[in-house]
Design a protein around this ligand. Sequence first.
Ligand SMILES: CC(C)(COP(=O)(O)OP(=O)(O)OC[C@H]1O[C@@H](n2cnc3c(N)ncnc32)[C@H](O)[C@@H]1OP(=O)(O)O)[C@@H](O)C(=O)NCCC(=O)NCCS
Length: 235
Amino acid sequence: MTSSIEPCAGVRVAKLYIYGASGHGKVVAEVAVALGYQVSGFIDDDPSTVGKHVLDLPICGGFEWLARNAQHSKLVVGLGIGDNRERYRIAQQCRRRDIPFVTLVHPSALISRSATVGTGTIVMARVVVNAEAKIGDGVIINTGSIIEHDCSVGEYAHLSPGSVMGGASSLGAMSWLGMGAAIIQRVSVGAGSVVGAGAVVIQDLPETVVAVGVPARVCHRTARIEESAKNDTIK
Ligand SMILES: CC(C)(COP(=O)(O)OP(=O)(O)OC[C@H]1O[C@@H](n2cnc3c(N)ncnc32)[C@H](O)[C@@H]1OP(=O)(O)O)[C@@H](O)C(=O)NCCC(=O)NCCS
């Protein structure tokens, strides 16, 4: 995990591709542009999209295209996939081929100097991350969400637009906090769980459950998450 949100040396001179040409990918591309990156194009594993354009940028190919090109040119990837498991899978594939991915923090986001943000994490516009919060790798902190002091967010989790984490609360790896949902202070949501849009979590939720409502109540279970992801949850 990085302790700084500055891009590492060399990243700025490499070609940046956004992995995932979906709606979420578009927003990630625009975060990169706002940061001054020149985006070279999109990567997408759906072969029917190759050659098409999104935001006037080409969809160049799938993972094999990326891996081939990474052998002879310097490139980096922005993780533009909204689905947590899929984003994790792609990140692992990139790691195995030594393809680096970038951490992108929109210029309008306010990140405390004492907070840490993991590699490959995407921070959208108008996010606030307060003192000593710890954000894992590959996380999405979506538009306007707030992570209060001393929170922890496990890797490949997703905070949807307008969601809020109260002080010292935690969101487990691969979990998904829905739009406008809140976790009150010191409460934790287990790995691989889903909190529905608008829910308010007032007591700890276990792993791999779906909870909705105010106060949030478990309505059913999600599929088990991969052991590897669970074990990698940030400390
Ligand atoms: C929570 C959620 C994931 C549930 O999806 P699901 O697992 O497919 O569950 P279902 O749609 O079968 O709903 C199960 C029950 O919960 C209710 N429910 C679903 N979402 C709810 C919500 N956000 N708030 C309150 N109740 C909700 C359903 O009405 C249903 O109730 P019932 O059993 O009485 O009929 C989904 O509704 C949701 O809120 N997703 C978040 C969307 C979001 O924030 N997107 C951000 C994109 S950036």
